[in-house]
Design a protein around this ligand. Structure first.
Ligand code: NAP
Ligand code: GDD
Length: 336
């Protein structure tokens, strides 16, 4: 039985990855931070088989202790300050967690597991996955983007992710650590945080349909993203760590759509015209925008055999359907 340690266990990807690894027979540990994490109870209910261990990407010693206790074969570093607008307000914290946090985990792995080769074999037994991001491509130099496309990040978050990416490559090259960077394009699900645009739309549509909300206020409707389903993307993370040699991979669907198209489909699904409900407000515009992301995931397809299974329309409908269910349940319990 293999053992995995997941940071970011309370996040969208952490829960899907944990479910997937449990299905494969892994012993799964999740790193949880804070004295009284508000999501702890939710995670314990959703993932009763995951053992939670305390730790924080800001605290080097806690990461070493977590590795010593869990003795993982695989570490998935999903924890981050991940909401792009927040990264302008808390740029320093974003650099500390999303950037230097990766270094702290890699250092912990090096200290606990060793480095270099003995008799031609890698000394360190731990395999490491870093959650890199298409946000690193930012003001894109070419379309579509692949593993060789240069980075031009447009937010403190993107800059921190570029550091996380290169320090992962550097620890692989410097210390012979099995470290992979997955450059994942946007992936969504009913578990997506409500601050991200897809979930904001699916929740808004459900609430408007049920008469709980009158309008939906958004920012840049022209931004285009390569949106896939998170449940598919965690399988790519796992596949990366099963290869004979560590490497970096772009993961996405190869199809992009605008925020406007997402809203149009979501409203149409419940029989409404988006133009009657959506208003834009400069409040939700960004100081520097990423206009268009589109993945060339040829390498993930050919080397890993990875393919997305959920289409854009299916994703939109899955999210609206889930939020309709949630809002009806809340209403039935008198919670608004
Ligand atoms: P998410 O839902 O925002 O989850 C972020 C996680 O990070 C939460 O569990 C949070 O825990 C944890 N965290 C924050 N600060 C921490 C700290 N100092 N120490 C330990 N844990 C901390 O993110 P996601 O959508 O699942 O994404 C997972 C990873 O993939 C992130 O690194 C994200 O940047 C990256 N990524 C995501 C996408 C996407 O489209 N979803 C695409 C590319 C890359 P708390 O509950 O304690 O706050
Ligand atoms: N959040 C939000 N809210 N975004 C809006 C809104 C709004 O009201 N209106 C328009 N948008 C536009 C944003 O300007 C952006 O161009 C696009 O919708 C997507 O925004 P988000 O859903 O917040 O995601 P993101 O692309 O900035 O970042 C996500 O994907 C990255 C991968 O490319 C996050 O999950 C990052 O952590 C991840 O790395």
């Amino acid at each position: 039985m293999k053992t995995a340690l997941i940071t970011g266990i309370t996040g969208q990807d952490g829960t899907y990855l944990a479910e997937y690894l449990l299905q494969l027979g892994y012993k799964v540990y999740g790193l949880i931070r804070g004295q009284n994490n508000p999501k702890r109870e939710w995670v314990e209910r959703l993932l009763p088989d995951v053992e939670l261990v305390h730790g924080d990407l800001l605290d080097q010693a806690s990461l070493i202790a977590a590795l010593e206790y869990t003795k993982p074969d695989e570490v998935y570093n999903l924890a981050a300050v991940s909401f792009v607008p927040l990264s302008w307000n808390q740029a320093e914290l974003t650099g500390e967690v999303t950037g230097l946090g990766v270094l702290r985990m890699l250092e912990a792995i090096r200290i606990v597991g060793g480095s270099g080769r003995r008799n031609g074999q890698r000394v360190n037994p731990i395999r490491f996955y870093q959650a890199s991001s298409s946000e690193m491509f930012g003001k894109v130099r070419e379309t579509p983007q692949n593993e060789r496309t240069p980075f031009h990040p447009r937010s403190p978050y993107g800059v921190a992710k570029v550091y996380g990416h290169y320090i992962t490559v550097n620890y692989r090259e410097s210390y012979d650590i099995y470290a992979c960077s997955g450059i994942l394009f946007n992936h969504e699900s009913p578990r997506r945080g409500p601050e991200f645009v897809t979930r904001k739309i699916s929740m808004g549509v459900a609430r408007i349909k049920l008469g709980k909300q009158r309008e939906l206020v958004l920012g840049n409707l022209d931004a285009r993203r390569d949106w896939g389903f998170a449940g598919d993307y965690v399988k790519a993370m796992h596949l990366m760590l099963q290869q004979p040699e560590p490497d970096d991979y772009v993961v996405g669907t190869g199809e992009s759509h605008s925020v406007r198209e997402f809203a149009e489909l979501a409203f149409a699904y419940v029989g409404l015209d988006w133009r009657d409900y959506v208003r834009t407000d400069p409040r939700f515009m960004r100081p520097a925008e990423v206009d268009h992301l589109l993945a060339d995931a040829t390498k993930a397809r050919t080397v890993l055999g990875w393919r997305p299974t959920v289409s854009f329309r299916e994703l939109v409908e899955m999210m609206v359907e889930a939020d309709l269910r949630l809002e009806r349940e809340k209403a039935a319990r008198g919670l608004g």
